[in-house]
Ligand binder design. Structure first.
Ligand code: AMP
Ligand code: MN
Ligand code: MN
Ligand code: MN
Length: 299
């Protein structure tokens, strides 16, 4: 089970990636991915296309999303896997989570304008394929292409992170809400890239224990945003809290992403892979014609 090349975290044009769901499926398959999930930020509108493209290639598929959550003043990302993408409550929750993005983007542009960077709202919009999902990444691409910064990482460092002029604090979904939307749609909730949050050990403990109390069951251990040392650290965390482990590149764009689809190391053998608990979902996704049948049982 550990030997499966699973990549359960990446982004398409439906959020802040640059490839279509179909192009991502082909790229994942070409990289040897056997089990794939497209996890667009706060969106499931690419799910049907991703699943059809994956299955046409002979690659297994799990539905996915990455929900933006506010937890004790920090933004945390919760990945959902293996849910019913037609679930009304999940869709409504994601729509509500997306709803403030346009106004936030206008405020970000106003902050940048004060520094003399004009037209950032319209500029970022040129990179947006889904008008419902303007993200900081689209601003970053605009600022790189217009010569303000050499690469997206320096845009984030200089402009788009807390304490910098293009950063606008935002209230996302609650942790309990996000986990409940995923669970009630039959899926499993996963803490995304845990090493990325600037938490003290006490705050991180609070995140993990509250996540578990709400019904969350898994954590990303091997991800494009973790160093080797962080993989070791979160292997211990997964074992300590008896969490299932996930693996995903967090691929966004060729040339921009640090990690290619399907190329990360495997999960350490001591961990229980999250896809072990999702075998029924994987079987379900293989069915043709594609059904949106609600999935009855929690894994
Ligand atoms: P948003 O949901 O609009 O706040 O945008 C968050 C997205 O910005 C993340 O999913 C990443 O794709 C991207 N991002 C955040 N921090 C960085 C960074 N330091 N370098 C590059 N991309 C980043
Ligand atoms: Mn992103
Ligand atoms: Mn994320
Ligand atoms: Mn992501």
């Amino acid at each position: 089970m550990h030997l499966i090349n699973a990549d359960l975290h990446c982004h398409s044009q439906v959020s802040d990636g640059t490839l279509s769901p179909e192009a991502l499926a082909e790229r994942a398959f070409a990289q040897g991915v056997e089990l794939w999930s497209l996890t667009d930020h706060d969106e499931v509108s690419g799910q049907q296309r991703a699943r059809e493209a994956a299955l046409a290639l002979g690659m297994d598929y799990l539905t996915g999303t990455e929900i933006s959550v506010s937890f004790i003043g920090e933004t945390v990302h919760i990945v959902g896997l293996g849910f019913d993408a037609e679930n009304e409550a999940l869709r409504a929750g994601l729509a509500a989570t997306r709803s403030g993005r346009r106004e936030r983007a206008r405020q970000m542009a106003a902050g940048l304008a004060q520094l003399g960077i004009a037209g950032a709202f319209e500029g970022a919009l040129r990179y947006v394929a889904n008008p419902d999902l303007i993200s900081r990444t689209h601003f970053a691409r605009f600022l790189v292409d217009s010569g303000v910064c050499p690469d997206t990482h320096s845009v984030f460092r200089r402009y788009l992170t807390p304490g910098n002029p293009g950063y606008v604090p935002h209230r996302w979904a609650g942790l309990g809400e996000a986990v409940r939307w995923i669970r009630d749609a039959g899926g499993v909730a996963v803490i995304a890239h845990p090493a990325r949050y600037r938490f003290t050990p006490t705050e991180e403990y609070a995140l993990i224990t509250e996540f578990i109390a709400h019904g969350g069951v898994a954590i990303e251990v091997v991800t494009g945003s973790h160093s080797a040392a962080e993989q070791v650290r979160y292997t211990d965390t997964a074992l300590e809290f008896d969490l299932l482990a996930s693996r995903g590149s967090d691929f966004h764009s060729p040339g921009e992403s640090r990690t290619e689809l399907g190329t990360l190391p495997g999960l350490p053998g001591r961990l229980k892979p999250v896809w072990g608990a999702l075998q029924q979902r994987i079987q379900h996704a293989r069915r043709r014609p594609f059904e949106a049948t609600p999935i009855a049982v929690h894994p």
